[in-house]
Write a protein that binds this ligand. Structure first.
Ligand code: F6R
Length: 604
């Protein structure tokens, strides 16, 4: 949601806080702010909009000091203006926050006589700490007793006037890490924030709070006992957050896919033995149902896996959108395997679904891209996707790595449950192993797709259709297009269009049909004809055989290489990513940071 960073040391912090904030900007970019303690004074600067706006203000009104906190916001409570931008002040206290304090209204009412300046839930926390200190508590006591009053999710960074050599931190429901430096300590929402400062991180656990000074830190658990937490050494360092010469992170990440899928494969397949080799073994013979729960793009990976689990492994699979799952009180059986699918491993709804299943005795796995995430730590089985840091807000390489890892799980399930013989296992593995090369081949169509994308720029609406395992791919294609180009895009199972939505088709309406040649191809083509005869223009994502059959029906063909039907959902994703990307570029939108979005959604 929001990103926070802090430094306590002996040298200037403002520039480094701003650099760290820029690496966190993918988490939110409605407003940004920084506060420092300088010679006993608490100074603050904030700006509506992106970090560049904050930088411009700091240019004309510089503030600096050896201790500071900073924040980039994705608004929840209170409109995204400067007043509501963090850090928030109350008396001697200054705080940044990622999360939502659910009982903030009750707490505000309990603080009679205090002057609230913002509409945020966060400000009340600063007031609570300041109030406790005004009543004689030490800063540490005030922080501790304030945390006990809060309901909801938070990661806090806090500085206090008069406690100039300290940074206060706390975590419940939102990620937060301490970075260990030489003569200074850091605080950050994730490893990226601190990538240029240190590679030694200590991830705070649920309910932990901490006090950092320039030469050390103390961590306390939710019962206020002093605790030790492991130090994690992060590999990758500053290069993690580099665009590598591409115009956008999204384009870089699209182009990384031959390599990222390869990396996923090497962690899920034993190529020498031609067998699946999962990071943690799962015996699917003991499982009678897979429950895949996720949000957004990750949920579409789950939807594809449902087809695969059922068709290849004969294993019942349910897919749920995480925000719905736990509130509908799902009926769970002990022999189920719950799989949370999540790039960040922090998405609040998916995490809540995981916890729900765990508390009901269901075995849980987390397929995540961030192995230091809460889901990876809390699930019984952590399954890394190995896509590497994904900075573009629109998910690309994380999705294809999710699909790849899920495909390997499906082959393992089919093998354990003996629904396919060893020859077929080997066939599926060969198909999967060919994917990195085929993605590289698909990417060569980029100049053509760049041209085709120009024809979409004048569209107000677009439709995406598919059948079978391509329904979720159609949904993913539409989501990519709407989130970065702001063109209204709707996706349907191709057979469903005539039950209502076809009324929206007019002359020139773009309809993207995802249909490589398979046993459903002719039916999808008939659905394409139904919209063509009502004026639609077809953009067809298909293979050579599909192109030959479609003969003239499609205005534009986005061709994928010949591949095994099992892996074609992964391959059809690539042209859809490029189509969305170039449409957005032609329209001049902010591709990496589209409006209203944030990368990691840690609120419900
Ligand atoms: C879309 C996108 C989102 C995420 C969703 C879940 O491009 O990125 O739909 O897929 O917010 O996020 P994770 O995978 O981090 O749980």
């Amino acid at each position: 949601m929001c990103g926070i960073i802090g430094i306590v040391g002996n040298a200037s912090v403002t520039d480094r806080l701003i650099q760290g904030l820029k690496r966190l900007e993918y988490r939110g970019y409605d407003s940004a702010g920084v506060a420092v303690i300088s010679d006993g004074n608490l100074l603050r600067e904030r700006a509506e909009g992106k970090i560049a706006a904050l930088e411009a203000k700091l240019g004309s009104n510089p503030i600096d000091g050896p201790v500071g906190i900073a924040h980039t916001r994705w608004a929840t409570h209170g409109v995204p203006n400067e007043t509501n931008a963090h850090p928030h002040f109350a008396g001697r206290v200054c705080i940044v926050h990622n999360g939502i304090i659910e009982n903030f209204l009750d707490l505000r009412q309990s603080l009679n006589g205090r002057n609230f300046r913002t509409e945020t839930d966060t400000e009340v926390v600063a007031h609570l700490v300041d109030e406790e200190m005004s009543n004689g508590a030490s800063a540490k006591e005030a922080f501790q007793s304030t945390l006990a009053k809060l309901k909801g999710a938070y990661a806090f960074g806090m500085v206090i006037d008069g406690e100039d050599d300290k940074l206060f931190a706390a975590r419940a429901g939102s990620p937060l890490a301490i970075g260990i430096g030489d003569g200074e300590m850091y605080l950050g929402s994730d490893a990226l924030a601190l990538a240029q400062l240190t590679s030694d991180l200590v991830y705070l656990e649920e309910g932990d709070w901490a006090i950092l000074t320039s030469d050390g830190y103390e961590i306390f658990d939710r019962h206020n006992n002093a605790v030790e937490r492991d130090v994690t050494v992060i590999v990758g360092g500053p290069a993690m957050a580099d665009k590598g010469g591409y115009a956008h992170y999204m384009l870089k990440e699209i182009h990384e896919q031959p390599e990222t899928v390869s990396r996923t494969l090497s962690n899920y397949i034993d190529e020498f033995r031609q067998t699946p080799s999962l990071p943690t073994d799962i015996d699917f013979a003991e499982i009678d149902r897979v429950i895949l729960v996720a949000c957004g793009t990750a949920s579409f990976a789950g939807e594809v896996a449902k087809y695969w689990f059922e068709q290849v492994a004969g294993l019942a699979a349910d897919v749920d959108i995480a925000s719905e799952f736990r509130y509908r009180k799902p009926v769970l059986s002990e022999n189920s395997l719950f799989i949370a699918v999540s790039q960040s491993g922090e998405t609040a709804d998916t995490l809540a679904a995981l916890r729900y299943c765990k508390s009901h005795g269901v075995k849980t796995a987390a397929l995540v891209n961030v192995m230091t995430s809460t889901m990876a730590r809390e699930a019984d089985i952590a399954l890394p996707t190995h896509a590497g840091p994904e900075i573009g807000v629109a998910s690309t390489k994380a999705f294809t790595s999710q699909l790849t890892a899920l495909a390997a799980l499906v082959i393992k399930a089919a093998s354990d449950r003996k629904t396919i013989d060893s020859e077929a296992v080997s066939d599926h593995i060969k198909a999967l192993m060919s994917v990195p090369g085929l993605i590289a081949q698909s990417l060569q169509d980029e100049p053509h797709i760049q041209e085709v994308a120009k024809t979409l720029t004048s569209a107000e609406h677009a439709f995406f259709l598919g059948r079978g395992q391509f329904v979720p791919i159609a949904f993913e294609g539409a989501l990519k297009l709407k989130e970065i180009s702001y063109i209204h895009a709707e996706s349907y199972a191709a057979g469903e269009l005539k039950h209502g939505p076809i009324a929206l088709i007019e002359d020139g309406t773009p309809v993207v049909v995802v249909a490589p040649m398979d046993e459903l191809f002719e039916k999808t083509l008939s659905n394409a004809q139904e919209v063509i005869s009502r004026g639609a223009e077809i953009y067809m994502v298909t293979d050579k055989a599909g192109q030959q059959h479609a003969a003239g029906a499609a205005r534009h063909i986005l061709q994928i290489p010949e591949c095994h039907n099992f892996v074609s959902p992964i391959l059809t994703t690539i042209p859809l990513q490029l189509l969305a990307y170039y449409t957005a570029v032609h329209l001049g939108t902010d591709v990496d940071q589209p409006r209203n979005l944030a990368k990691s959604v840690t609120v419900e």
